[in-house]
Each structure stands twice: as C-alpha cells, then as structure tokens.
Design a protein around this ligand. Structure first.
Ligand SMILES: [Zn+2]
Length: 293
C-alpha cells in the first residue's frame, strides 16, 4: 500500500538517475494499465525525454519533452524498479520482485531508455494505473484538481488541517484523513500511526476532537511522513544489488501490523478493529473513544 512517503521515495530516487533520459521503447504487458491503446502510448512515448519528476499526493507525475505528462498511481501493490548495469533501485510496494529477475510475472510495463537502462512498473494486484495526458487533459484532470493540500507543503499548518477536516465535522477522523480530497497522500498505515501518536481513537468524530489533540495530530502527521521519507529516501536502502535487502518501510510502525504486541507507550496489547471499511490498528488504552455533546 504505497502512500505519500513511498511515492516520494520513488521520486527522490529516480530524480537523480532518470531525469534527462530519452525513451527508446515501451513494452506493455498489461494494456489496461494505460488510458489509451498500446500503439498510441508507444508512439507518443518513444523519443520523448524525461524533463522532471514530481509528486502530488500519492501520484507520481513525469513531465515529458513532447508536452505530455505521465501520471503513475501505484494503488495497492504498485512498485517501480530501475535497473542499469551498475545499480538497481526499487521502491513502492515491498515484495520479492524487488530482487527477482526483471521482467517477472507482476511486470505490467517496461520502459527502455536509449542508454540501455530500464524502468519496470510492477503491480501484483493490477489496480495501479498510468495515464498519458496532453497539456489540456492534464489541466482538466479532475482527480488531480480535486486533491486536498500536501501535508508536507509550507502552507500546511494547524489552521489548514483544522479547516480541511472540518469540511466533514460529523465523520470519523480516520475516514476524513483517508479522504484524498481533504488531505492528499495519507493512507491506512500513516493514518493509523498518526492517530496512535496523537492518542486519538480513529472513530472519534471530527467535531469532538479537542484543540490540544488536534495540535498533536498535526505534529504527528508531519513528523511521521518526514521520518518515513528519511528512512526510504535519504538512506540508500532502496538501492539493491543481487544480495540486497528489500525496503522495510513498516519498521518504524508502532501499531500497523502489530496486533497482540505490546503498545510501546503503555504496554497494552495492540488490537485490530474495523473503521471506515479498513483494518485498523489501535492501542485501546492510549486511544479512548471520546464523545462530547
Ligand atoms: Zn498504549
């Protein structure tokens, strides 16, 4: 489940190595990945140069020299692997494909550059998508235009968080934080971790969260995202060789996938409940459900 930090790790990693490269050929193993027929995609992409890599929420945006944009959404199990003769870089959903011979059975798209290096878009579950958009399509792409603010931008402060979540005052905080139109980039893992850190029960209604808890929530979101990007992006653990290790992006987790293990703050057992249709990890002692009139 790649979220903002995993996509940012891909962006930071690829930025250094693929910016400026020219695409020679695109091999499409799973045509449904794209928004247009294979032939159109191949025609538009070949000979185009990668100008810049950007990110918006969980979306990776590649600007091309032919005035088109390549938008990549990893969804549940998407991952990107870069390979040349010297290095191999992988990020996104962590599984054995990080190390296996490319392409493998999860490979949906392969981009070959003129210098012989390659990028693989792998996606076990096939929910991920790539869109090739021209400038007009890009400017009118509602998915992008509807995204909420970036939680790591300078503009994102406590007041903005308050304003955004109060668009849905009667909803449970977890559902609201998962809503990409409210804030962009957070998913199941980082929402659970942030709520644990701020000691807020995920079912708490937005209007019932106290000022001080909200401040703590703001700080938690920002610090957890930054910490996670530092883990993936700043170190070179995502650069793999044949003996390399796969990324361990949940090592920092205090509640995520820690069911029945002791809370690192109070020692109570972490439990798994269901909130907003999602498996949710909480400490029942640290995160009490608060009702207020
Ligand atoms: Zn606890």
């Amino acid at each position: 489940m790649p979220e903002l930090p995993e996509v940012e790790t891909i962006r930071l990693g690829l930025n250094k190595i693929v910016t400026g490269k020219v695409i020679k050929r695109v091999i499409i193993y799973w045509p449904k990945t794209f928004n247009y027929p294979t032939k159109y995609i191949q025609e538009k992409l070949s000979k185009s140069r990668l100008l810049s890599l950007n990110r918006r929420g969980k979306l990776l945006i590649i600007e091309l020299s032919n005035k088109y944009y390549l938008l990549i959404h990893l969804k549940m199990t998407g991952q990107i692997i870069y390979k040349d003769q010297k290095i191999r870089f992988g990020a996104g959903h962590p599984n054995d494909s990080f190390m296996s011979k490319m392409p493998d059975k999860t490979t949906r798209v392969e981009i070959l550059f003129e210098d012989g290096s390659r990028i693989y878009f792998n996606d076990q579950r096939k929910f991920g998508w790539i869109k090739l958009l021209n400038r007009t399509e890009y400017a009118n792409f509602s998915f992008l235009n509807n995204l909420g603010p970036e939680p790591l931008s300078k503009e994102f402060n406590l007041e903005q968080l308050k304003g955004r979540i109060n668009i849905r005052p009667n909803s449970m905080i977890k559902a609201v934080l998962l809503d990409q139109k409210i804030i962009a980039g957070l998913g199941n893992i980082y929402v659970d971790e942030s709520l644990w850190m701020a000691k807020i029960h995920p079912k708490t209604l937005v209007k019932n969260i106290s000022k001080s808890k909200l401040k703590k929530l703001y700080e938690s979101i920002v610090s957890i995202l930054n910490f996670s990007i530092m883990q993936g992006g700043a170190s070179d653990r995502n650069y793999l060789d044949v003996n390399g290790q796969k990324g361990s992006f949940t090592k920092f987790a205090q509640v995520y996938k820690r069911k029945d293990q002791p809370c690192t703050r109070c020692g109570h057992k972490i439990i798994k409940i269901r909130v907003a249709g999602r498996g949710t990890h909480i400490c029942p002692d640290c995160q009490k459900l608060i009702f207020r009139a």
